[in-house]
Design a protein. Structure first.
Length: 189
């Protein structure tokens, strides 16, 4: 839990990048995403919302480019490309597809490798001690299955990648759900 709380604090302190510098990072991020491959289903109307891309820089020099993934059955989904201070790029995707009002699927991809692929129901038990966080998000009005899916994907991203994908996952989730994630973390769940 401490790692996630620290991640949110890091994101809150991020500097927003705009103008020519942001455009340059967006262009680089799109190149990285193209070389890694995205997992949206264009034939089903899913796409990367390039014009809605946001760029921010963390205190450690990491730059994050977050693009919403939209269309089809996608909801609260994003593609995040992070650039380390030394220029290494990492591509992460969180894809949440609605199946019904109480269920959906979650996929989390890191560098082209699928780390999570699961169907999520509203009434699934919380995992890895995140129950208070899930309760907070549920109370915010977000669809319960979306809350559970984000929690599953980000907990796996934080654990499996030794933290490298953690910030990218939380940034993507925060970018697609507004300030709700930050609020729930700050409430001390």
């Amino acid at each position: 839990m401490g790692q996630l709380a620290g991640t949110n604090e890091t994101l809150e302190q991020a500097e927003q990048i705009e103008g020519a510098e942001a455009e340059s990072y967006i262009e680089q991020a799109l190149g990285e995403a193209e070389s890694t491959g995205t997992h949206v289903r264009a034939e089903e109307g899913e796409t990367v919302a390039v014009t809605d891309g946001r760029v921010s820089r963390l205190e450690d020099g990491t730059t994050l480019v977050v693009f919403p993934l939209v269309g089809g059955a996608l909801t609260s989904s994003a593609l995040t490309v992070s650039f380390s201070a030394d220029g290494e790029a990492y591509v992460h995707e969180i894809l949440l597809r609605e199946i019904s009002s109480t269920s959906g699927s979650v996929e989390f991809w890191s560098g082209g490798d699928k780390l999570v692929d699961q169907v999520v129901e509203s009434d699934m038990p919380s995992t890895q001690g995140w129950s208070e966080f899930i309760n907070c998000l549920n109370n915010s009005g977000a669809a319960a299955w979306v809350v559970t899916a984000i929690t599953i994907a980000c907990s796996v991203a934080c654990a499996v990648t030794a933290g490298t994908a953690c910030i990218a996952c939380i940034a993507a989730a925060a970018g697609t759900t507004g300030g709700v994630i930050g609020y729930c973390i700050n409430e001390g769940w």
